[in-house]
Design a protein around this ligand. Structure first.
Ligand code: HEC
Length: 114
């Protein structure tokens, strides 16, 4: 293949990948993880703006940036809330490997928009 064609082919591939991604672009990664019933599943217990049929086992997750100015603290709650409250029913998402550290970070990004 001539260099010009190769570049054009790469461009088409790139465009294809971008279009494929944009189908999900309206939903930020952290929101998808938080709302996914097989991943964060946060809505089962928490009311989060934009989520359907939330539960009320835990408190509503709102005003997060003001209430958790230290994002490490917020990430720690998601990683393993049993450290703060040994009696909690909230699953220790990080310790139990339900969510990776990166996934928890992107959920924190999302929660900071709520
Ligand atoms: C099985 C129910 C359950 C699930 C699922 C759950 N939580 Fe919780 N969560 C709780 C409860 C109950 C509390 C109240 C504090 C405690 O129990 O220690 C809580 C507390 C919190 C808090 C502290 C809130 C505050 O105002 O102090 C945050 C933040 C939080 N959860 C985030 C999440 C996120 C993010 C997810 C999804 C990844 C999630 N929770 C999934 C039950 C749940």
């Amino acid at each position: 293949m001539r260099p010009g064609r190769k570049a054009a082919a790469a461009g088409v591939l790139f465009l294809g990948a971008t279009l494929a991604q944009s189908a999900y672009a309206q939903t930020p990664a952290g929101q998808a993880l938080a709302f996914d019933r097989a991943k964060g599943n946060c809505l089962t217990c928490h009311d989060i703006e934009g989520g359907n049929a939330p539960g009320n086992v835990g408190p509503p997750l709102a005003d997060m940036k003001r209430r958790f100015p230290d994002r490490k603290e917020l990430a720690a709650v998601i990683f393993d809330e049993t450290r703060r409250n040994p009696q909690t029913v909230m699953p220790p998402f990080g310790r139990n490997l339900i969510l990776t550290k990166d996934e928890i970070e992107s959920i924190v990004d999302f929660l900071y928009t709520r």
